[in-house]
Design a protein. Structure first.
Length: 303
């Protein structure tokens, strides 16, 4: 009897140990599943938060473009209706527009709930257009910050890229593509753009740069030479230089026609959500036609 009772007690203890192990194993599985579910929920919340921040940033940037355009057209319209000489009033309106940006102040800025935007205006007509300046014009400007050999090499690279040629010195440049049907399509597109905006295209322009970021990517290490004159360069000109606002270095280097007023302006609007690191930037290029702005180009980038 005593032996039978002893075996029975051992069996019960074994069953209890097995049950304990099964329980601990089940708890471990449940804890793992709970942790995975929590992590997934946090990831989903983070994705939703990022998407919301992106949406808010873009909407705010668009609002900045709209507000800045309205402010510019309002000032130009008021100047055109002024009792003083129209020319003086319009010149004063442009001067005040560019003065705020030159001083680092936003032309317009506002917020809506947790969204914020700020916009400035840039006088593209007071800058040297890489797509229209030609090798001599680019070299002339670069010689103000680099030696003649470097200035000539970079100017030839940029001009060859714009014109789809392959004969310029390239150094560490990316290989230039031969003219292709795609280049012809780009030229046809820009020809239509020039037609509808009432502007002219540079002769021989086959593959124009669409942004200064594209210029920087094309030049690679050589882009550092452009840093001191970055504020004097553009890809958004129309072949006309604003002689009243263009710096002497640009006037010396530029070719094409001269004007007493800007013919191209760029509204640079940035939008973001308060507390979020993402900023959306929109660069909207407008042709100036009396007191109205006509959209020519639209670029977006996240900063």
């Amino acid at each position: 009897m005593s032996q039978s009772g002893g075996l029975s007690g051992t069996g019960r203890r074994a069953r209890r140990g097995t049950a304990l192990l099964a329980t601990l194993f089940a708890i471990a599985i449940l804890a793992t599943l709970t942790a995975m579910a929590g992590q997934r929920a946090r990831n989903s919340a983070s994705i939703a938060s990022n998407r919301r921040a992106q949406t808010v940033a873009r909407l705010m940037a668009e609002s900045g473009v709209i507000a800045a355009r309205a402010a510019i057209e309002e000032r130009l319209g008021a100047a055109a209706r002024a009792t003083i000489t129209d020319s003086l009033a319009v010149d004063g309106a442009f001067a005040s527009l560019f003065a705020s940006s030159d001083a680092g102040r936003a032309l317009v800025e506002d917020s809506l709930n947790d969204g914020v935007f700020a916009a400035t205006v840039v006088n593209a007509s007071a800058r040297l257009d890489i797509n229209n300046a030609g090798a001599e014009g680019i070299e002339s400007l670069l010689r103000t910050v680099a030696d003649a050999g470097v200035a000539r090499r970079i100017a030839e690279r940029l001009d060859a890229r714009v014109r789809g040629e392959t004969g310029a010195a390239q150094s560490s440049a990316q290989p230039l593509a031969l003219p292709s049907p795609q280049d012809d399509a780009l030229r046809a597109r820009d020809s239509l753009r020039a037609l509808f905006t009432g502007t002219t295209m540079g002769r021989g322009v086959r593959h124009p740069f669409e942004s200064l970021d594209e210029v920087q990517a094309f030049l690679g290490d050589d882009a550092r030479v452009l840093t001191p004159v970055a504020d004097l360069l553009t890809v958004d000109g129309d072949g006309t230089i604003d002689r009243r606002h263009a710096p002497p270095a640009v006037l010396t280097a530029a070719s094409g026609s001269l004007s007493d007023r800007p013919t191209r302006v760029v509204i640079v609007a940035r939008g973001w959500q308060q507390g979020a690191p993402l900023t959306r930037e929109i660069q909207a290029v407008f042709a100036v036609q009396e007191s109205e702005l006509r959209l020519v180009r639209w670029r977006e980038v996240s900063r």
